[in-house]
Design a protein. Structure first.
Length: 347
């Protein structure tokens, strides 16, 4: 497909057309706390210099609470009622690369030993329009996890802002190509490139993280005393898991509305909660916060890697940026990397 661009005016016109066709349109909220459904083109936020939202867009594919089925007791037994299907056509504007890249990561989990049709249907019905990022702070480390502020991974269409306020358009997936073809009158062919002079990739310097060293150390140091210091500040509040675009722990429970009806639901959970691994007997294999924080690091940088050959992190920095105890996950990785490197040098 030829090089395309879209002006701000045409982007607004496209948004209004999508609203007329009953698309569900999602964009970073005005206060930049989360992604919200918008009802007008003036609510679309496409600011490459904005910080990542405080909460990722994960819940658009993996809701905080999700009914699996409803049940109702009667004289003939128990009647099961299917929940409403997720058929709404959805488009997400302004997803940063560290958000968009989370969808392929989550897809591996929700299609591993069981295909989660709820998740897959939402992904299939959603167009992700990614936006090149020009923001960086001390918590960003997307370059250190194999991504970059210009990474197209996970986006269906990727935009990069130009000097005149318009956007260069890159088609990433077949789904994105189909969308462009359906709304081609809103896009124009690019003749000259007027990209912003700032090089977004230079804004986010790599931190000192060598995942080969880290993985090797994690493989052999489950009981290392390092975990006592790494997790000593953790409050167990679960904020890190809930704001993270890739954390996916959940619980399934039956919720009774009254004596005769209720629902079975899938709810967000976190390995940082004490009750997460507590057995019915009362035994808890992760009975301390240090053990639970070890699990967080092990899951993201060892267990997921063992299963899928990737790491469970996009370097967005949300967990560090929002942690009330000031724990910096990239700093923890740098500490492990330093320990591992010192061991190698000593040998």
């Amino acid at each position: 497909m030829e090089n395309l661009f879209i002006t701000e005016n045409d982007l607004n016109r496209l948004t209004e057309e999508l609203l007329k066709q009953n698309w569900n349109i999602i964009s970073p909220s005005e206060d930049n706390k989360s992604f919200k459904t918008v009802d007008g083109s003036n609510k679309i936020k496409m600011n490459p210099e904005a910080a990542p939202t405080k909460i990722s867009f994960k819940e658009n594919f993996f809701p905080r609470t999700e009914p699996l089925f409803y049940f109702k007791s009667n004289q003939k037994g128990v009647e099961l009622i299917e929940p409403r299907s997720c058929n709404a056509k959805t488009i997400i504007f302004g997803a940063k690369p560290c958000d968009a890249a989370s969808v392929p990561i989550l897809s591996k989990v929700f299609n591993w030993d069981y295909r989660d049709d709820f998740f897959n249907q939402r992904v299939e019905n959603t167009i992700i329009i990614g936006l090149a990022c020009c923001y960086s702070d001390e918590y960003c480390f997307c370059n250190s996890v194999g991504l970059s502020p210009n990474s197209e991974n996970g986006s269906d269409i990727f935009l990069e802002k130009l000097n005149d306020g318009s956007f260069e358009v890159k088609v990433v997936t077949e789904k994105g190509k189909g969308f462009i073809e359906s709304f081609k009158n809103f896009f124009s062919q690019m003749e000259t490139s007027n990209l912003l002079p700032a090089n977004a990739t230079s804004l986010n310097e790599k931190r000192n993280i060598d995942y080969a060293n880290i993985k090797n150390w994690l493989d052999n140091n489950f009981d290392n005393k390092f975990w006592n210091s790494a997790g000593e500040l953790c409050l167990g509040c679960g904020l890190c898991a809930f704001v993270c675009p890739t954390c996916h722990c959940f619980d399934i429970i039956d919720e009774n509305y009254d004596l005769s009806c209720g629902r079975r639901a899938k709810n967000w959970d976190s390995c940082q909660f004490e009750l997460f691994t507590k057995h019915a007997s009362g035994h808890n294999p992760r009975d301390t916060k240090e053990k639970r924080y070890r699990q967080r690091i092990m899951h993201k940088f060892k267990y997921y890697n063992d299963r899928f050959g990737k790491i469970l992190c996009t370097g967005c920095g949300r967990c560090s940026r929002g942690c009330p105890a000031g724990i910096d996950i990239a700093g923890i990785l740098e500490d492990i990397n330093s320990i591992s490197s010192n061991i190698i040098e000593t040998i």
